[in-house]
Structures are given as C-alpha cells and as structure tokens.
Design a protein around this ligand. Structure first.
Ligand code: BES
Ligand code: MN
Ligand code: MN
Length: 458
C-alpha cells in the first residue's frame, strides 16, 4: 500500500484529476430514466443496470448482472484476494418518477451548473453511488488490501419487493465482512450525520363505492351516500390532521423512546429548524421546537395521507355525488413496531367503525436499529472528519431503505451508513441535485474508509 496516495492532498488531487470522468459517468446514469415504479420504464431500468455494469469494466473492475424475480442487481467488484477483508457498498440505481411541473429543465438530462449537478437520481442515489465508486478507484490505486464489492439494487424506490429472494439466490457470492450504505442525508451542508436507525414503512389504501356513476346532487343529494365525504370521516377518525396524532388504539404501544444518550447526541448534532425549513423549502410546520422536530421525524411513527382520488377535479365545481373514492396512506414505523401488528390494528379499527370501507394492504418495510460502536462505526466517523473536517453525529433517518434490514438478516453482517446527500439536494423533489463539494469530499471519505477498514480483524 502507498499511503502517500491516501493523504488529504493526494485525494483532493485525485478528485480534481477525475472530475471530468466522474461527471461523464454520472451523466450516463442520470440520463437513463430508471423509474422502477412505472412499467413503461422497465426497459430503462434494465438499460441502467447494463450501463452500471459497463462502468465497472471501463475502470478495471468486474461486474455482473444478477437476476432476481423482479428487477436485477448489479454486482461489481475490485479485488478477489481471499486473504483480504471484503466490504460491500450498497446503493440503488432506480429513481422516483419525475413528472412534477416545477422542473426547470428536462429531469432526465444531466445539467451541470457550476458545481451543481441537476437531474432525477442525481442525489438519490446515482451521485453517491458513483462517488463511492471513485473512492474505491482511489483506494485501489493506493493498493489498499481490501476486496471492494458493490451491490446496486434497481427496485429500492418501490420497497425492494424482490430483494430478499434475490439475496437468498445470490448469497454465496455476496459474502462480506460489513456493508456500507450511501443513501442517506446529512443534517445540512457542513454537518455530516449517520443514522443509528431508519424508520420502516407500511402503506395501505381505503376505497368505498356507493353507486355506479356520478349522480345529480339535486336529484339524489341528502338521501344518497357520499363516499368521498365518508372516507374523509374515516381519515379524521384515524388521525388528527393538525397535530399528526394517530388515534388507532394501541398504535404507539411498542414504540421505544430514544435513550437519554441518544437525545443528547441529537441535541448536539447542529440541527436547526430554520435551516431545516430553508433546505426543504417548507412553509408550515406542526412545531418549531428543534428537539420536537427531531423526535417527530427520527423517533416517532406517523400516519400520512398521500392522495385522495374521487369526485370532480376540473375547473369550478360540478355538483355531482361521486360514486366512489379512494384514499392512499402510509405509516412510518420506528423500532420496535411490527409492520403486521400495526396494519392489523388499523384494519380492525376500520372494519369495526366503517364496515363497508374496503381495506387494501400495500408493501411494508421493517424499521431498522443500527450500530454506533465498534471499529466500523468509528471508521465512519473518521472518514467524515478526514474528508470534510467536520464531526459526524449519530442521529436517525426518518426515511426507509428496505434492503438494510434484509442484508443484515441474510448476509449475517452489520450495515453502516456513509451518506453524502444534503436536505437541499431535494430527494424525490423537482430539480433534484447533487454537487461537486459532496462528490469530492465523498471520494476522499470513501477512500479513507476503505483504508481504515482494510485493517479491521474480524
Ligand atoms: N434514500 C431514500 C431513503 C431515505 C429517505 C434516507 C430520507 C434518508 C432520508 C430512499 O431512496 C427512499 O426514498 N426510500 C423510500 C422507500 C419507499 C418508496 C418504499 C422512502 O423512504 O419513502
Ligand atoms: Mn435512496
Ligand atoms: Mn428515494
């Protein structure tokens, strides 16, 4: 190993030398609309996996596409020396749909605007994936004695439905000493954080039909049932829209409160409500108290209404009684809530009070409790300090990554997080972006991380 190639200066130089190549590779991936939620983009998801495989081959690595019962994995690697430890980096290559009207440029064209890179998937999660990849190139160039593997999923954004069975199928070749995931966000720019936990997610839909077609509200109104109004009543019975409090009996029973030590770490993480609002461009909040905001996003479960379908939505009003309606909802879950128990409580509540409302269960992801001690966790902290001159705090994420718990369960090793995205990058939002500062620092952070973990004895 040549440690001279792993100093801050050498890695800054490496990043500068490779900037053009990094941008080119990221452009290639961002310009493939790998939207996993849309069947019309299925071929693009496959094309993106192929492009990702080619990326490894262009840079002296090996890669294969691994089939699952759904979308494929990309498995790439550098090094296959059995006497070296193995680290696997997880990212996802699929992206959210991009049909928001606020996009200022075509979402699947890669726009370079100074140090900012714009396009769907630029920060979630193609930018961090390519950053980690260049971090591996830097580590390899310096001769770090480590086998570096990459597992890139292509259906994370739809809840990883084939991930567990795919992992079972390919388990033997994915044996690894630890996993590092780069798919999370910092507190804000300059304030790295790494999650000690992720929330889970359970989706469901309610539908109600009380007629066959639109009815004249003057002719039948007053006597005919209104399914839209009734579903609004169901939602109001389940939760308080103003406070967010969930009114389903037993909903909070299993929630484990954050420990005193954890709350202390959160309080010192540099979180500010003002910055949070600015980064996310939020105009209204349920609370402005910073600790309450952190507790609500990281430590408490939620019920959210995502969409209401039904009735007339054109200009003005149409005075009809709609025949049917649908509400789309989900709950974020925290440790130690159980997704099945939670959905049964909601189902029973709806069945008891609103017996003719149909209940449809959607996909679910378990919450995750992470690891904050030990050499791999220390290596994460070192990496951030080394590359960004900033201390990193262990907080939690309000979001969910289905693959994380599955990888721990099936590969029998621990998962850590070296995220590079910022709140202002706009996960899932129009004009999603990533930037060179995070990429350059991220390459150094990953290279340093690989160097550190190469000497951990298991
Ligand atoms: N990268 C996110 C997860 C995430 C979100 C981490 C917020 C940190 C903060 C991931 O790509 C994601 O969006 N997950 C979805 C999963 C869902 C669509 C099944 C989520 O959390 O909603
Ligand atoms: Mn993601
Ligand atoms: Mn996402």
């Amino acid at each position: 190993m040549n440690p001279n190639l792993l100093t801050r200066d050498a890695l800054t130089h490496f990043a500068a030398e490779n900037r053009e190549s990094f941008e080119q590779e990221l452009k290639t991936l961002v310009e493939i609309p790998s939207v996993s939620a849309d069947p019309a983009h299925q071929a693009d998801v496959r094309r993106c996996a192929e492009a990702a495989r080619a990326l490894f081959e262009r840079h002296g690595g090996k890669a294969e596409i691994l089939e699952t019962s759904g979308n494929p994995f990309v498995h790439g690697w550098f090094g296959e020396d059995p006497s070296h430890p193995t680290i696997t980096v997880y990212n996802h290559m699929d992206v959210q749909p991009a049909n928001e009207p606020e996009w200022t440029a075509e979402p699947f064209s890669f726009v370079v605007d100074g140090d900012t890179y714009r396009g769907r998937g630029s920060t979630d999660d193609k930018g961090p994936a390519v950053t980690a990849f260049f971090g591996a190139l830097a580590a390899r160039r310096a001769g770090v004695p480590l086998n570096i593997h990459f597992l890139w999923e292509t259906e994370e954004e739809i809840g990883s439905p084939s991930f567990a069975s795919g992992l079972n199928l390919h388990q033997a070749r994915l044996k690894t000493d630890a996993i590092v995931v780069s798919d999370t966000v910092w507190i804000t720019r300059g304030k790295p954080s790494t999650p000690a936990g992720l929330r889970g997610l359970k989706g469901f839909r309610l539908t109600l039909e009380t007629a066959d077609h639109d009815l004249h509200s003057g002719v039948v109104g007053g006597a005919a049932r209104n399914p839209l109004a009734e579903l609004i009543k169901v939602v109001a019975a389940m939760m308080d829209g103003e406070t967010g409090k969930v009114k389903i009996p037993g909903f909070y029973d299993e929630v484990v409160k954050p420990s005193k030590q954890e709350l202390e770490e959160w309080a010192n993480a540099g979180f500010s409500v003002e910055t949070f609002k600015k980064d996310h461009m939020i105009t209204g909040m349920r609370t402005e108290d910073p600790l309450k905001v952190m507790k609500r996003v990281w430590g408490r479960p939620t019920m959210e209404v995502h969409g209401v379908v039904g009735g007339y939505t054109g200009p003005g009003i149409k005075s009809a009684v709609p025949p049917r309606a649908e509400v789309k909802l989900s709950c974020r879950l925290v440790p130690a809530m159980d997704e099945q128990k939670t959905i049964e409580r909601i189902r029973n509540f709806v069945a008891k009070h609103f017996p003719d409302v149909q209940f449809h269960e959607e996909h679910g992801l378990a919450p995750f409790s992470g690891h904050v001690t030990g050499p791999y966790a220390e290596a994460i902290k070192d990496a951030y300090r080394f590359a960004f001159d900033a201390p990193c705090s262990f907080t939690r994420e309000g979001g969910s990554i289905g693959a994380v718990k599955t990888m721990e369960d099936l590969l029998g090793c621990q998962v850590f997080f070296l995220g590079l995205s910022l709140p202002s990058h706009g996960y899932h939002a129009p004009n999603e972006n990533y930037d060179w500062e995070q990429a350059r620092g991220g390459m150094a952070a990953f290279a340093h991380y690989f160097e550190t973990v190469s000497s951990i004895k298991n």
